[in-house]
Design a protein around this ligand. Structure first.
Ligand code: FE2
Length: 185
């Protein structure tokens, strides 16, 4: 008799766990994704493209923070330290917005390298004026790409648009600070 009770109990537990497992795998999870996100991949595509770029830029800024040489060393070293910290915060926000819209975020180094589509960074020491020119050029490219994405996401997903606007504001501020290392004409 005890064996029957034990077997019934084991079957009950197994059945309960299977039901729970099925629930985790069920389509009902997808029904908890905001409706507008399932209609189009416009936002998640924009977020992923942005993610590749700002991870790549964060590494470029960090690399320059280490390897910059010249009279402006300390100013650039410290400013670039702040900049990569600010970019890092946006990397997490952009990735997690994509997750909020039901898609995984891809920050794998090899994918970042092949998809960011920004100019390459040297592994050598670099002069202070080259750092200013090179990072400015990359920031300007990112700013222009963001402008297009802000335009498109504004039509269907203002929350993503809002995040991209905040990011662009920071990108443009970094660009201004780098530009200010040049003498006025
Ligand atoms: Fe450092």
């Amino acid at each position: 008799m005890k064996k029957i009770y034990l077997l019934t109990f084991v079957l009950f537990i197994v059945g309960h766990l299977q039901a729970q497992n099925a629930n985790f795998k069920s389509d009902s999870v997808n029904k908890r994704i905001p409706a507008h996100a399932t209609k189009s991949s416009m936002s998640t595509d924009a977020l992923q493209a942005t993610l590749y770029e700002i991870i790549d830029q964060k590494h470029a800024v960090h690399q320059a923070h280490w390897n910059v040489r010249g009279p402006q060393f300390i100013s650039l070293h410290e400013m670039l330290g702040d900049m990569y910290g600010e970019l890092n915060g946006f990397i997490d926000q952009v990735a997690e917005r994509k997750l909020a819209l039901g898609k995984p975020a891809d920050g794998r180094p090899a994918e970042v390298a092949s998809n960011a589509n920004l100019s390459t960074v040297t592994s050598e020491f670099v002069s202070d004026h080259h750092v200013v020119d090179h990072l400015s050029e990359r920031y300007k490219t990112i700013s222009e790409r963001l402008e297009a994405r802000i335009e498109t996401t504004g039509k269907t997903d203002t929350v993503t648009q809002d995040l991209l606007i905040a990011l662009r504001n920071t990108i443009d501020l970094h660009l201004w600070k780098l530009r200010s290392f040049n003498y006025p004409k």
